[in-house]
Design a protein around this ligand. Structure first.
Ligand code: ASP
Length: 449
């Protein structure tokens, strides 16, 4: 049995959906299908999820939302008509959206998640109808009926452990199951969504629960590449990657998989195959627990922006037992996660994603560090980008860091910090946000040109 997930670009219009359905029906093992909401049809297009967010925001701020709603129903209606489906499904989708808007809500976050989830929910209904119209036995399955329960962190949910046992029951269901991605339900019955791009996570949870042979994740590229094709011209494709490599690369900007995707499959060792809806004959990239063909020590180079660093200095910091814990406790009390923490004998830098640090939190954290920890200095540095050089093979290879630093020097990129994790599967370089792409090109050329 296989779980197949189709992303937004595979769901964008009727032409893409026809490709999706022919992929599904071409292999009897493709039994559980997870779908995203319709995505962009062309570069400047808007994803249905973004249209839903826009509509929900207008509703919450008492603005006229009727055009926004019409645009969403229009997208589905166009797809349904082009697929030759009758008006019932269009009416159903319209009613579904109107019901979501009119239902009582006691928090904006809950309302927002209920609206966001409509994209995937209606896409799944549409695909199930289309498959039925082709004479295929297909059933839409609602995540609540299936028992996909999530933490009540709206927009940022995590799966609750009991879901796996519940979802395993799908095994005994007949025909093809079409499951909407991106959302589940809290134990109190509210719709809760994963972070953006979270349909990948739904697919991974189902793959793990059903212990399938492979989780196929269909997107719009032939494979994962060593570096983003938007930054490097014709980068090398990657045939196999380990979970750890993919996780590091996804974290640092490879958008082909949502960064939290691999956790469920990782625990059960289920391989993930990234494939292309527009070119299903290509074998894509396999993500597996380990890999033998470590031809290159570096598997991939990724970069991301939007970081800042809190830099703390205190003379004799190394002798002060509990210093690190106290800093992290302040962050914990402010609900701010940290990303990296390079340190020296008298200083620590804590790298944080800027999005978690609003002005109030920033002032409170800085003030508390200064006062409670009696530091010599504490400052915050913005426009920090990170570049990650990732590869299982780096551990056994001498000179990787020196090659990278040489490449960065040649490319005139100033390194603001370096951090190598204990697993040696990645080395992180902190650079100016403006230098991230330049750094990726320089490192790529050094290792692959
Ligand atoms: N539709 C959601 C988003 O745009 C989830 C997904 O596509 O995976 O983020």
């Amino acid at each position: 049995m296989k779980v197949c997930k189709f992303g937004g670009s595979s769901m964008a219009n009727s032409e893409q959906i026809k490709k999706v359905c022919s992929i599904i029906t071409s292999d009897p093992d493709r039994k559980v299908i997870v779908v995203s909401a319709p995505g962009k049809r062309f570069d400047d297009d808007t994803k249905v999820t973004d249209m839903l967010i826009d509509c929900a925001e207008k509703y919450l701020t008492n603005k006229d939302y009727s055009d926004a709603l019409d645009r969403i129903t229009g997208r589905y209606a166009e797809i349904a008509r082009d697929l030759g489906l009758n008006n019932n499904i269009i009416d159903d989708i319209e009613n579904n959206l109107k019901t979501r808007l009119s239902m009582h809500y006691n928090s904006q976050a809950k309302f927002m998640d209920r609206m966001k989830a409509a994209g995937e929910d209606n896409a799944a209904r549409l695909i199930a109808s289309y498959l039925q119209s082709l004479g295929v036995k297909a059933t839409y399955l609602n995540p609540k009926d299936a028992g996909l329960f999530l933490s009540d962190e709206y927009g940022n949910a995590r799966v609750l452990p009991q879901s796996y046992k519940n979802l395993a029951r799908i095994k005994s269901m007949d025909g093809i199951i079409v499951f909407p991605g991106f959302f589940g339900y809290s134990l109190s019955g509210e719709v809760v969504t994963f972070p953006r791009g979270g349909s990948d996570i739904t697919g991974s949870i189902l793959a793990a629960a059903l212990e399938v042979e492979v989780y196929e994740n269909f997107t719009d590229v032939d494979s994962v590449f060593v570096a983003s094709p938007k930054i490097v011209k014709n980068p090398k494709p990657i045939k196999t990657l380990t979970y750890r490599e993919m996780r590091e690369l996804a974290y640092a900007g490879f958008s082909v998989l949502q960064e939290e995707t691999l956790e469920p499959v990782f625990q059960r060792g289920i391989p993930v195959n990234i494939r292309n809806t527009n070119n299903p004959s290509s074998s894509g990239t396999m993500i597996t627990p380990t890999r033998d063909n470590i031809e290159y020590p570096v598997a991939g180079i990724a970069g991301d922006t939007g970081f800042c660093s809190i830099n703390i200095n205190k003379y004799m910091m190394n002798r002060e037992i509990g210093f690190g814990r106290k800093v992290l406790q302040i962050l914990e009390e402010e609900f701010v996660p940290f990303e990296h923490m390079p340190s020296g004998i008298d200083d620590i830098s804590i790298i944080i994603k800027k999005k978690y640090l609003d002005d109030d939190k920033k002032s409170r954290i800085m003030e508390r560090i200064a006062k409670e920890l009696r530091v010599d200095s504490v400052s915050i540095e913005y426009d920090l980008g990170i570049v990650m050089v990732v590869g299982e093979g780096m551990k056994k290879t001498v000179g990787i860091a020196s090659k990278v630093t040489e490449a960065l020097a040649k490319g005139s990129v100033n390194i603001r910090m370096i951090n190598q994790g204990s697993s040696e599967v990645s080395i992180m370089f902190g650079v100016s946000e403006n230098d991230v792409n330049k750094a990726i090109v320089a490192i790529y050329d050094e290792f692959f040109s």
